[in-house]
Design a protein around this ligand. Structure first.
Ligand SMILES: Cc1ncc(COP(=O)(O)O)c(C=O)c1O
Length: 486
């Protein structure tokens, strides 16, 4: 009997799909699983405290030869996968930018699974292509970006920055697409970022053959913003030394402190010097939707490209990043290439998103953005972001009142950096690091640590819709008690 069942399962896994009635049952089971997971998430540890290899040791070394039932797979998720996870959706996850799962976001993700299309060209899925344009336009309107900019959805900001710099490279060295960079009489190109900027620009320089060393880290001022005078000085000196300034990547919401570079002043230099200006608004861009934070987008109209990660701050589940380019056609000219096999599915005049980057196959990412943004509305997005800002300021107020701690930077958007100072200065770096390590190992909360001006600081990023004032108060209590214990 058992053998017959196994044989039947094996047949099912090899030919055709699960029978509809069984699939319906599994879907209901999964729906219950997801609802239970969300409801009881808070009772889980935020993070495991396992040694590397723990999960692998619990799983067979080889993939199964025979088909296995879904119920068994799901029970292994509960037993093995869930306990081995850092739960980014947990209300006590206060690390990085605290991005978030929401119920409508989960529904959006689920919806795209059965559709499972490839949005390479308009023809290979008209709805996916057109919906991508719709959500790109919605976001552009929400953040008040001019319609001289048009966009494309990628997975991450790192990929967006690389594509933006590929266009900047083509501007600086025409025909690079065709001829490459070598054996041509070209100068060494330079890219400028602040000493607080994300490493994505360096990675892009590596990928584009521009060289990591040609990314110059300009010092930041006392508010962790790119020092504009130093930028001007670097550009002038590089020109004197025979380099060609190619691009500036300015940041709106740096990774450590969420500081905001002075875009209008930087844009002025870029205009005068004819340098591509890319704005890395991966984190901060979303906050420009909030009216009192509209100033974040000052000067963007002078930029060449802007990247925003709605998966960080506009409630779309990972991954979803939008690159806006002024005159998107410039990006298309660098990457458009139609292989013969796609000729029949490429209608001239229709948007074929495969033309705007190196990626051919593309997920239907727009669907989840459309579901979540319709479910929240602009008002819901703004309310969510305002709450993050309120909580960040509340925490900063508590820190200021405790003389064993100091703020390491003014809170910006949902980010607060601070430091325990109640011990011998020489021990402070290690102590602050130990506080974070011990809290994360406890599974009760999850924080990040970083270095600011060479000193280790504790960093809290608000962003999770489940994190309430009570959770934050509990997190602050845990920090204070852990510092006292250490
Ligand atoms: C300011 C900034 N830019 C770029 C990135 C890279 O983002 P992604 O992970 O989407 O590539 C990050 C990631 O945290 C970031 O903070």
């Amino acid at each position: 009997m058992q053998e017959r069942q196994q044989g039947l399962r094996s047949k099912l896994s090899q030919l055709g799909d699960t029978p509809p009635e069984e699939f319906r049952k599994q879907l209901h089971e999964l729906a219950d699983w997801i609802a239970d997971f969300r409801e009881h998430l808070e009772q889980l540890r935020v993070a495991p405290n396992d040694n590397p290899g723990t999960l692998r040791a619990k799983l067979p070394e080889r993939a199964p030869e025979e088909a296995e039932p879904f119920a068994k797979i799901l029970s292994d998720v509960d037993r093995i996968i869930v306990p081995g996870m850092v739960h980014w959706s947990h209300p006590m996850f206060l690390g990085y930018f605290g991005w978030t799962s929401t119920a409508p976001g989960i529904l959006g993700e689920i919806l795209s699974a059965p559709l499972n299309v490839n949005a390479m060209t308009w023809r290979t899925c008209p709805a996916a292509t057109e919906l991508e344009t719709v959500v790109i336009d919605w976001l552009r309107e929400w953040i008040g970006l001019s319609d001289e900019f048009d966009g494309v959805v990628y997975d991450t900001a790192s990929v967006g920055i690389m594509h933006a710099l590929a266009v900047a490279r083509e501007d600086a060295a025409p025909a690079t697409r065709k001829l490459g960079l070598t054996d041509r009489d070209l100068p060494r190109f330079r890219i400028y970022i602040s000493d607080q900027a994300h490493s994505a620009a360096e990675k892009a320089a590596i990928a584009l053959g521009l060289g990591e060393e040609n990314v110059i880290r300009v010092p930041s001022d006392d508010q962790f913003r790119m020092d504009v005078n130093s930028l001007g000085h670097n550009v002038a000196q590089d020109r004197q030394n025979g380099f060609q300034p190619m691009a500036v990547v300015a940041t709106v919401g740096t990774t450590a402190t969420a500081s905001v570079d002075a875009i209008p002043e930087i844009a002025k230099i870029c205009r005068e010097e004819k340098i591509w200006l890319h704005i890395d608004a991966a984190y901060g861009g979303g906050f420009a939707i909030v009216s009192e934070y509209k100033w974040l987008s000052n000067g963007w109209e002078l930029a060449d490209s802007v990247v925003i990660n709605p998966h960080k701050t506009v409630f779309v589940p990972l991954d979803f990043s939008v690159l806006y380019v002024r005159g998107l056609e410039r990006l298309r000219r660098v990457f458009m290439l139609v292989p013969e096999v796609l000729r029949g599915d490429t209608i001239e005049g229709e948007k074929n998103y495969m033309d705007y980057g190196i990626q051919l196959g593309r997920r239907f990412r727009a669907l989840k953005a459309w579901v979540i943004w319709r479910s929240l509305g602009r008002a819901g997005v703004v309310a969510g972001l305002r709450e993050q800002i309120r909580l960040a300021n509340l925490l900063a107020g508590w820190i200021k009142k405790d003389d064993r701690f100091e703020l390491s930077a003014e809170p910006s958007m949902g980010v607060v950096c601070f430091r325990f100072i109640g011990a011998d200065e020489k021990k402070l770096d290690q102590l602050n690091s130990n506080i974070v390590e011990r809290i994360n190992a406890s599974g009760r909360a999850y924080l990040t640590q970083t270095k600011l001006r060479g000193r280790t600081v504790i960093r809290i990023g608000l962003g999770n819709v489940l994190t309430t004032e009570e959770h934050l108060r509990k997190g602050w209590e845990i920090v204070r008690n852990t510092a006292a214990d250490l």
